[in-house]
Design a protein around this ligand. Structure first.
Ligand code: SF4
Length: 266
């Protein structure tokens, strides 16, 4: 398990690494860049580069971490990748179910498989396992319908990298929204009006809004939106005494005048 710079989580857990592109967002995949680099540096875990690789020795890690964490599952892969057999996904779910002092955040672009898997094995996800889909343009809005097809305490949408307007926006049965522009050397632009469209729907539907950053050359690039840092979380976060970046607050909307307050460790 690794501490992470991803703003909306505490830690990452990668019992599987590697993936293949599936949509527009994948063009500048950070995970692929990281895996290729790690392979060149001779890191054992990435000896197969970005090929799908299961790491059974890491399955039990959440059970060994006693301090409650928010854990992003498979940040270096996609849990519902077509090359992963059901029994591997089931083993990962089994660990998540047992380690119920954590919150697990499962985010996928393979929403059809997530819906099929859920219908077959988990029509109701454990309350501490949050289900999410990535949507970068409106052509992927269908993923949100897949997400809504099964029960979970938190259904969330990650609009990152936001590459176009995602209208029409329907946030029915959605408990959390994350928005962010693309970062990295070849980042694609994100227009503020696309963010406004999502933000306004969140306000109308009373859905917590987390703004990750504008598009830019590096992670965390320009985090303030409408003069504030938006780090709202689902109300369900109160179900544990999670320590997220040094605070237990489930809502952090902060003015940006004092740059020190923007630090994650504040
Ligand atoms: S689905 Fe995610 S991990 Fe897989 S290639 Fe696309 S961006 Fe990378």
């Amino acid at each position: 398990m690794r501490r992470t710079r991803i703003e909306w989580t505490n830690a990452t857990w990668n019992p599987v690494t590697g993936c293949t592109p599936i949509s527009l967002a994948c063009k500048n995949c950070y995970a692929r860049r990281f895996a290729d680099k790690a392979q060149k540096l001779g890191v054992l875990k990435y000896q197969h580069g970005f090929k799908i690789t299961v790491h059974p020795e890491l399955f039990d890690w959440p059970l060994k971490i006693r301090k409650p964490q928010m854990i992003f599952v498979n940040s270096m892969s996609d849990l519902f990748h077509e090359q992963l057999p059901d029994d591997v996904i089931l083993k990962i779910f089994d660990v998540m179910e047992k380690a119920d002092w954590h919150i697990f955040q499962v985010l996928t672009k393979r929403s059809a498989r997530m819906a099929e898997f859920s219908a077959k094995y988990y029509p109701k996800w454990p309350d501490h396992v949050w289900a999410g889909v990535s949507v970068e343009t409106s052509q992927y809005n269908y993923r949100i319908d897949h997400l809504r097809s099964f029960e979970a305490s938190v259904h969330f949408i990650s609009y990152e990298p936001l590459l176009d307007s995602v209208k029409p926006i329907n946030l029915q049965d959605i408990e959390w929204v994350i928005v962010g522009g693309e970062t990295g050397p070849n980042y694609r632009p994100m227009r503020e009006e696309w963010v406004d469209e999502i933000f306004e729907e969140c306000q109308k539907a009373n859905v917590p809004f987390f703004f990750k950053q504008y598009a830019g050359p590096r992670q965390g690039w320009k985090r303030d939106y409408r003069g504030q840092i938006w780090e709202q979380y689902p109300a369900q976060l109160t179900l544990s005494s999670l320590d997220h970046g040094g605070t237990r607050s489930r809502e952090r909307i902060r003015p940006t005048q004092n740059p020190k307050t923007n630090s994650r460790s504040s």
